[in-house]
Design a protein around this ligand. Structure first.
Ligand code: TMP
Length: 213
């Protein structure tokens, strides 16, 4: 049986990296075979594309280039890493996937959703997560968290964009959630780390029980 494909999404500063680390610890302790991976990135080729996309030295990057680079990184990731791991029966825990491109590049930049969706269908062969967690947080709070975590100048090219853009991304994620409720669990990212983790872990335990028992 193919391994479960689980993604975590949310605006910058939603706390998703902390949650992913905790989830990985849980899976390890439970002896569930899994891989932990992220986008953009996850393979050598995809990581090189990630460095280019996020490089603050390129504010001139065209929106079309950006959407295609994310999709190129994703195509390699799906073929080289996600599908083979699933075939081995491993659970794939992925930090962001296609929904991020719809939120950031379509809703954030204003590229038509149909275009972003079509480009990504080509890149992924239509692969969809079995479950996606959306950790929702207001952009002002996300920004505060990021600034307190790094020094101001360490923000990457996307994180540096203005608050309006991040507001569009957030409401984009909410629309995606509304349209895909059967796949998504919406989690309030204003709660404490432990509270957020409890909500996600309860759901994952149910998923695992349904899958393997
Ligand atoms: P990360 O902070 O989750 O590592 O992601 C890096 C940045 O890339 C973050 O600002 C979100 C952005 N991003 C997109 O704009 N589109 C995408 O498809 C993905 C995967 C990430």
């Amino acid at each position: 049986m193919n391994g479960l494909f689980i993604t975590i999404e949310g605006p910058d500063g939603s706390g998703k990296s902390t949650q992913i680390k905790k989830l990985a610890e849980f899976l390890k302790e439970s002896s569930i075979p899994f891989i932990l991976t992220r986008e953009p990135g996850g393979t050598a080729v995809s990581d090189k594309i990630r460095s280019l996309i996020l490089d603050p030295a390129h504010p001139e990057m065209a929106d079309e280039t950006e959407v295609l680079l994310y999709a190129a990184s994703r195509a390699q990731h799906v073929k080289e890493k996600i599908i083979p791991a699933q075939k081995e029966g491993k659970l794939v825990l992925c930090d962001r996937f296609v929904d991020a491109s719809v939120a950031y590049q379509a809703y954030g930049l204003g590229i038509p959703v149909e275009d972003v969706t079509r480009i990504n269908r080509f890149a992924t062969g239509g692969l969809k997560p079995d479950r996606s967690y959306l950790i929702d947080v207001a952009p002002e709070i996300g920004r505060q968290r990021m600034v307190s975590r790094y020094s101001g100048e360490a923000l990457d090219r996307i994180e540096q964009k203005e608050l309006d853009y991040h507001e569009r991304v957030r409401s984009g994620f909410q629309k995606i959630y509304e349209e895909n409720k059967e796949r998504f669990l919406l989690v309030d990212g204003n709660q404490t780390e432990d509270e957020v983790f409890d909500v996600i872990i309860k759901d994952i335990k149910l998923l695992l029980a349904n899958r393997y028992n």
